[in-house]
Design a protein around this ligand. Structure first.
Ligand code: ADP
Ligand code: ZN
Length: 614
């Protein structure tokens, strides 16, 4: 069958996205290669469509059981003959699958690398293999963050199956990891497909850290009923935030390595299978979650690096609908993170690498321009225009000439001896009366009380930016104490030879008002309140209720039945007959046959009220 026909009939999608068409054509012509596409970019179709166009079975190697299971369920819903073999499959079911395979009755077979290498290669050798897809291919490399030794041996596929196309796919591989993948998987002859790493539907919002709990609750207030992830750094903070959210009436579960395996499994299951669950997690959570309708990812602590930030935020909005990546950041985080690195016991070189990564992250957080431009630049991609969908684009006019306050800040650091942290120096600038000021006689300094034009929060932000830009240095062995950075930077500013434009948060009094406004604009894109113009929220709710019921009966996640995107489109178009329903993106032939009548009935209002609430 022609690939476009497969796309329409089986998956119910109108057109290929980005480089999909090119990749599929390449594979259908017998080519191999490496595909780098961001999360949610649509990697799966790159091998699923060829699997249905070519004769024989496509073998997909995947390291994650949950992910395999989801994909197999979704494919079966679309009427595709798919199965998975891994450690969680009962022996009896396994034998049935192997029989199907031998008889050529499988379009796709998902295998763990262990299973493949433990004697399964021989079994595949006599069969017609359409292609091999190696998912999460970065696992091949020690440079990547999820090295799996078995992946290294997958190079044998090239020798044992020279005729079968091999496609390696990943969402995270820096150039070094890419080289490793090409070498290890013997893909040097193949092509490299790089999609843009931009995720335009994700709105990046970064807020100055205040009372985090209340900031988070305010952010979530607009998002009741939506699924999301809240990342915190430590187990105790995870437990604490999960408790606070539950107390505020949110359906929140904790997830970290300190919990029993069974508790973790349940948290994961609920998150995947129910709608509107919030997982509060350490970074241990997320790998292998391909839930498409995660509407927000919130960081209450800074992530480790920009790579980690990109990956963690990338779990939002895989379905392409509006999603929000929200983060609070404060100066207090940075010395602590630096200390973690210093005390990690890693080799010196490794520590330097980690410190460098942290610097890049701070630079991103503090940079005065468009978030997306800075983020993509870090990954080697230039975005020509500011994105219009990050806090700095949406709330412009936030940089101003702050040369004078910056000079005052530097002078105060100098006059107090370049050894105090920002808090004390700010006390001096504001003319405070603290024990420390009295103890050190700082009340008599020329800089005492010269900074009353800004409030404390504004000064804090200014110090943070001066630090991020290198004017001030905060050494971990100084316990957060500040000293001057490079002379070439500091001197011209102090002498009045150079100016400085920085961002300034609104004064504390106004913060509440404008804060609410900003939260409101965020929800427009992400919240259920942000349904497209003219869509009946009751119909959406009825369709979701029906979907949840279906999902429960079949024991699959709701999005396997229909994605949110499809539900919204149905509610928008209000199809009256099967032909009109078939036009909706995500409604393929199998789903039309299976669910068409029921969906049309919901649309017609026949059973809308009888389902459970969503
Ligand atoms: P990845 O594995 O790259 O993270 P997926 O393959 O899971 O991404 O695809 C992300 C989402 O986009 C899925 O919900 C998928 O059904 C959808 N999708 C992929 N390709 C298309 C397309 N051409 N048209 C419409 N939706 C698509
Ligand atoms: Zn922007």
């Amino acid at each position: 069958m022609d690939p476009r026909q497969v796309l329409r009939q089986v998956f119910g999608y109108e057109d290929f996205r980005g480089p999909q068409a090119e990749i599929i054509a390449h594979v259908l012509a017998g080519g191999s290669g490496l595909v780098l596409m961001p999360t949610g970019g649509g990697k799966s179709l790159c091998y699923q469509v060829p699997a249905l166009c070519l004769a024989g079975t496509a073998v997909v190697i995947s390291p994650l059981i949950a992910l395999m299971q989801d994909q197999v369920e979704a494919l079966r819903q679309a009427g595709v003959r798919a199965a998975a073999l891994h450690s969680a499959i009962e022996p009896q079911e396994g034998r049935a699958i192997e029989l199907q395979l031998a008889q050529g009755e499988l379009d796709l077979l998902y295998l763990s690398p262990e299973r493949l290498l433990a004697g399964f290669l021989e079994r595949l050798e006599g069969l017609a293999i359409a292609l091999f897809a190696i998912d999460e291919a970065h696992c091949v490399s020690q440079w990547g963050h999820d090295f799996r030794p078995e992946y290294r041996q997958l190079g044998v596929l090239a020798e044992r199956f020279p005729a079968a196309p091999r496609l390696a796919l990943t969402a995270t591989a820096d150039p070094r990891t890419q080289e490793d993948i090409l070498d290890r998987l013997q893909l040097r002859e193949g092509r490299r497909f790089l999609a843009s790493f931009d995720r335009p539907n994700i709105r990046y919002l970064i807020r100055d850290k205040g009372d985090v709990k209340n900031q988070l609750l305010a952010f979530l207030a607009e998002r009741r009923g939506e699924a999301g992830i809240v990342y915190a750094r430590s187990r105790s903070r995870v437990d604490g935030f999960a408790r606070e959210l539950r107390a505020a009436g949110f359906d929140a579960v904790a997830y970290h390595a300190g919990l029993e395996a069974e508790q973790r499994r349940q948290a994961l299951e609920r998150f995947r299978r129910e709608s509107g669950v919030i997982v509060v997690a350490t970074i241990a959570f997320g790998m292998g979650i391909d839930k498409p309708d995660v509407r927000f990812v919130a960081h209450v602590d800074l992530p480790k690096s920009l790579e980690a930030y990109y990956q963690e935020t990338g779990r939002a909005g895989r379905d392409g609908l509006a999603a929000v990546a929200w983060m609070v950041q404060g100066q207090g985080d940075v010395p602590q993170l630096r200390r973690f690195i210093e005390e990690s016991g890693a080799a010196e070189e490794q520590k330097r690498v980690e410190q460098g990564k942290l610097d890049a992250l701070i630079g991103f957080v503090e940079a005065p321009g468009c978030r997306r431009q800075v983020l993509l630049r870090h990954f080697g991609e230039e975005l020509a225009q500011p994105c219009g969908n990050c806090d700095l684009c949406l709330e412009p006019d936030r940089t101003m000439d702050l040369t004078l306050p910056a000079r005052k800040a530097l002078s105060a650091v100098f006059r107090t001896g370049q050894r105090f942290g920002a808090a004390h120096v700010i006390d001096v600038l504001l003319g405070g009366d603290t024990a420390r000021i009295r103890q050190h006689g700082h009340g008599s300094l020329s800089v005492y009380g010269i900074g009353r034009e800004l409030d404390r929060g504004q000064w804090r932000s200014l110090f943070r930016q001066l630090t991020a830009l290198g004017y001030l240095v905060s050494d971990s062995d100084m316990k957060g104490g500040l000293r001057f950075g490079e002379e070439g930077l500091v001197k011209p500013l102090l002498r009045g030879e150079a100016g400085l434009a920085l961002r300034l948060p609104p004064p504390a009094k106004e913060q509440r008002r404008s804060g609410a406004g900003a939260a409101g604009s965020g929800s427009q894109a992400g919240g259920t309140a942000g349904l497209p113009e003219g869509v009946d929220p009751e119909l959406v709710a009825a369709l979701k209720a029906w979907r949840l019921q279906q999902a429960r009966e079949q024991g699959v996640p709701p999005y396997v039945v229909f994605h949110d995107r499809t539900v919204l489109e149905i509610a928008t178009r209000r199809p009256a007959d099967p032909e009109a329903l078939a036009e909706v993106s995500g409604v393929g032939a199998a789903k039309l046959e299976r669910y068409g009548a029921a969906v049309l009935a919901v649309v017609a209002g026949a059973i809308g009220a009888t389902g459970p609430p969503p």
